[in-house]
Design a protein around this ligand. Structure first.
Ligand code: URA
Length: 198
């Protein structure tokens, strides 16, 4: 195996130069992802927001702080995992300074090769999708209200769909559910380590 870290860094540079969809015109910078090239767990959100576009790192706003505390609740840090988004550039509407919006189908499909390459390089055992846009990539046609917190085996990896931390910040019921669902990560990782899964 080559140097995965160097390969991932090269991929990040390619993502930063991407002009495959119109989102490159309104971005400050692309947001490839952050974390360990050898992570066992990959978290996938929807797309960068305003703060992420400015900083070049995923989940650095309010939702990111919440994500950090959720990670800590299962004994993980940003350095232990890899965090990225379905689309690497901020989807916007309106005029500058713009509003955030979800990515559309064309943007998701234009960006899909980057996510595929990240998955191929890092080869995580567990993929945690945050929100319904990321869930849709791996579990199309499912309803997040029905599948959140349930692990799905897909080939040699496990998909765990969770609610999005940004939504959970203003929906108290979802926040409690997300905190509870996060504990499933610990359980799945223990099962993977013991050989019961994967
Ligand atoms: N929401 C996301 O889905 N991703 C981010 O990086 C930040 C907020």
């Amino acid at each position: 195996m080559g140097d995965v870290k160097a390969e991932l860094e090269k991929l990040h540079q390619q993502i930063k130069a991407c002009v495959a969809c119109p989102l490159h015109r309104t971005r400050t910078q692309a947001v490839p992802g952050v974390g360990s090239a050898r992570a066992r767990v990959m978290f996938i959100g929807e797309g960068p927001g305003r703060m992420e576009d400015l900083k070049g790192e995923p989940f650095v706003g309010q939702a990111g702080k919440f994500l950090d505390s959720l990670l800590a609740s299962v004994g993980l840090t940003r350095q232990d995992v890899y965090i990225t988004n379905v689309v690497k550039c901020r989807p916007v509407r309106g005029a500058p300074p713009y509003e955030n919006r979800p990515p559309n189908a064309e943007e998701v499909s234009a960006c899909a090769p980057w996510l595929s390459q990240q998955l191929a390089l890092i080869a995580p055992k567990l993929i945690v999708t945050l929100g319904r846009y990321a869930m849709e990539v791996f579990l199309p046609g499912r309803k997040i209200s029905e599948v959140h917190g349930k692990p799905f085996s897909q080939g040699d990896r496990i998909i765990l769909p969770l609610y999005h931390p940004a939504v959970a910040l203003y929906r108290v019921d979802q926040k409690e559910t997300l905190i509870k669902d996060f504990q499933v990560i610990r359980k799945v990782l223990t099962e993977i380590s013991s050989g019961a899964r994967g």
